[in-house]
Design a protein around this ligand. Structure first.
Ligand code: SF4
Length: 339
């Protein structure tokens, strides 16, 4: 009987994509996916660092796993994802129950770590090895057979907003090869995908140069539009500064691109945006909104907001409320600032 692996995924769609890739990978060394977290040979927590007390939540979760396996054979416990990247070997000191810590740019090495696993010998892999990770995965078929599939095209961030750990946990911006992405899309379509969501921490910063030609997110959208099997195209998460004209034009020329833009602004106050180091203004955001609404009035917006950012006063907060009333976001992810 094959060994069983259970993966608990926290956070964004990108972690969901990564967890699926981990499943495809460990299958090669005899692991089977299980939904039964109480009887696993390997227990993976694919973590997210974006929300409040992320680290504490992981230790709490490990405590829960410890209880489950108190009277049973201990599984190999792996912490993957952004908390693993941020905390690295510190995790072993605080929680020796953890066996392996593996960062989001190193998880392609998981089979090697599992094959060479020695009980009570902690292993840590948190290098920013994005290029070799994608080179590695480009050779392995994405076996997802979902009607709505995720496809990572870009990772990392160079923008360094003052409240965010992504540039430190996912590393600098990296864009995958245009042709490799299209070939992964073909595999997903062959497996039944009708909707593809392009993923990236700064998905609209996608920029891949080959033979002196730059490929952008708009090129990927235009290319996917031509596939008769595909009904819907989406992308997330985008940054206001990278809403370039070619991307805006996609809403004119593409019928399959959904009329929905998740475009986080975080605050409606220019003073706070500056303090956050967001590198755009409220006016620039509104201009993008107006251009898109002019192309298609049914396009809807959603956003992320941080309230009570250090230094925010009532006037700043009211400016955010004014923006909310103006844009009429159909959805928002709003959080009170936490350091
Ligand atoms: S642009 Fe997004 S991912 Fe990059 S630092 Fe800012 S909030 Fe984080």
């Amino acid at each position: 009987m094959g060994k069983k692996i259970y993966i608990k995924t926290f956070g964004c769609q990108m972690n969901e994509y990564d967890s699926n890739r981990i499943f495809h990978l460990v299958k090669k060394i005899g692991f089977e996916k299980t939904e039964d977290q109480e009887n696993a040979d390997c227990f993976v927590l694919n973590t997210c660092h974006i929300r409040d007390k992320a680290k504490e939540k992981v230790y709490h979760e490990i405590g829960r796993v410890k209880k489950i396996y108190k009277q049973k054979l201990k599984p190999i416990v792996i912490v993957a994802g952004c908390v693993a990247q941020a905390e690295n070997e510190e995790m072993f000191k605080r929680e020796p129950f953890i066996d392996i810590v593996i960062g989001p740019q190193s998880y392609h090495k998981i089979n090697d770590l599992l094959n060479n696993y020695v009980s009570k010998k902690h292993r840590e892999e948190t290098e920013f090895d994005t290029v070799s990770k994608f080179n590695f995965f480009d050779k392995i078929e994405n076996n997802s057979n979902k009607v709505s599939a995720f496809l990572t095209i870009q990772e990392g961030c160079n923008k360094f907003c003052n409240f965010c750990v992504v540039p430190f946990t996912r590393g600098p911006e990296y864009s995958r090869s245009f042709h490799k992405i299209l070939s992964e899309a073909e595999t997903l379509i062959k497996n039944g995908a009708k909707e593809i969501t392009f993923l990236g921490q700064n998905v609209n910063a996608y920029s891949f140069i080959e033979n002196s030609k730059e490929y952008r997110l708009s090129d990927l959208i235009n290319q996917l539009e031509k596939c008769s099997e595909i009904r819907r195209i989406r992308y997330t998460t985008s940054h206001p500064r990278d809403m370039t004209e070619d991307l805006i034009d996609c809403y004119k020329n593409n019928k399959k691109l959904m009329p929905f833009v998740h475009l986080p602004i975080q605050s409606g106050s220019n003073r706070i945006l500056k303090m956050m180091n967001r590198k755009h203004t409220v006016e620039e955001y509104i201009l993008t909104y107006e251009k898109l609404k002019k192309i298609n009035p049914s396009i809807e917006f959603s956003s992320d907001f941080i309230v009570s950012y250090p230094g925010e006063n009532e006037r700043d907060f009211n400016e955010t409320l004014d923006l909310v009333k103006k844009i009429k976001f159909i959805n928002s992810y709003s959080f009170i600032f936490s350091p």
